[in-house]
Write a protein that binds this ligand. Structure first.
Ligand SMILES: NC(=O)c1ccc[n+]([C@@H]2O[C@H](COP(=O)([O-])OP(=O)(O)OC[C@H]3O[C@@H](n4cnc5c(N)ncnc54)[C@H](O)[C@@H]3O)[C@@H](O)[C@H]2O)c1
Length: 291
């Protein structure tokens, strides 16, 4: 089989992808559909989400979902099962950079807002997915952690706390849901060219080409290879598939070797996260105008 040939490895599967309108989530929705599945694009960026759903056709639908709202999460799970008859994967992926700056200057409300988007969201998505997957007898609860949840110095404090929490919670969830035939996994991306990182590096979420170039030259020990959104989509779709049917409780690191200890990736407490700036809440993302 050609390396790039699609195999229909998740034919008929239904996946809800939070943060599905952009970056890693968008790439995952595209691959879910390409591999024969159906994708529910759950996001607060309505225009981008609707445009993606229109492009992907009948196998995709957009739903406005704020991942900090239990009603929104519960609603999208219920509507998905009503409409499509099943839920094979709940991908709790939406995220923001969140509160930045030194710990002694971090306002509590900015920390709390960040934890709500990054961690409460994973609790809510897992809770309502489990509610339908347990009686269904199968499914995957998947979340996006980060290399910043595996090592210090790779992200701001609230981000680190949330992403570390996801790694531990994934193991606990796997232990609880395994007897029901339901798996739980996480993915820890490294540094990937997405709107979030384009904003961090260049202050412009649209600067994707420049980000690809930037991450080709630095960020991992892997020569000449930037982290792309598609790398995480590949990992996510493999984890959704039966080929990963014995993988549970695991956080799959997809980082080009960044966490091997290479000096390339580390920015201890520095870079764009070193000084406090007010948290931009609109659209849920730091520094990004959702329009
Ligand atoms: N890009 C990377 O290198 C990288 C590395 C490690 C982890 N991650 C994680 O991957 C995930 C996706 O990041 P990305 O790089 O694709 O960023 P992105 O900004 O391109 O996409 C994030 C999406 O989440 C959505 N979102 C934000 N707040 C939301 C809310 N309250 N409700 C619903 N949707 C909301 C945004 O609208 C956006 O569409 C995040 O959890 C991020 O922390 C990314």
């Amino acid at each position: 089989m050609d390396d790039n040939e699609l195999s229909g490895m998740i034919a008929g599967h239904v996946a809800i992808v939070t943060g599905g309108a952009s970056g890693l989530g968008e790439a995952t929705c595209r691959l879910v559909v390409a591999e024969g599945g159906r994708a529910v694009i759950a996001d607060i960026q309505d225009d981008k989400g609707r445009a993606l759903a229109a492009e992907l056709g009948e196998a995709a639908v957009f739903e406005h979902v704020d991942v900090t709202s239990e009603d929104d999460i519960s609603g999208v799970v219920d509507r998905t099962v009503e409409r499509l008859g099943r839920l094979d994967c709940m991908f709790n992926n939406a995220g923001i950079v969140g509160a930045v700056g030194p710990i002694d200057e971090m306002p509590l409300d900015e920390w709390q807002f960040s934890m709500d988007v990054l961690l409460k969201s994973v609790f809510l998505g897992s809770k309502h997915a489990a509610r339908v997957m347990k009686p269904q007898g199968h499914g995957l609860v998947l979340a996006t952690s980060s290399v910043a949840g595996l090592q210090g110095g790779l992200g701001p404090h609230a981000y680190n706390m949330a992403k570390t929490g996801i790694v531990g919670f994934t193991k606990n969830l796997a232990a609880e849901l395994g007897p029901f035939g339901v798996r739980a996994c996480a993915i820890a991306p490294g540094k990937h060219a997405t709107p979030m990182n384009a904003d961090v590096v260049f202050g412009d979420p649209e600067a994707l080409d420049r980000s690809v170039q930037y991450f080709t030259e630095r960020g991992t020990p892997l020569k000449g290879r930037p982290g792309l959104a598609g790398d995480i989509a590949e990992a996510a779709v493999w984890l959704m598939s039966d080929r990963a049917g014995f993988v549970s409780g695991h956080t799959l690191v997809v980082d080009g070797g960044l966490t091997t200890g290479s000096r390339e990736g580390a920015e201890p407490g520095g870079g764009r996260f070193g000084s406090h700036e007010p948290l931009l809440r609109e659209g849920g993302r730091r520094g990004i105008d959702p329009r």
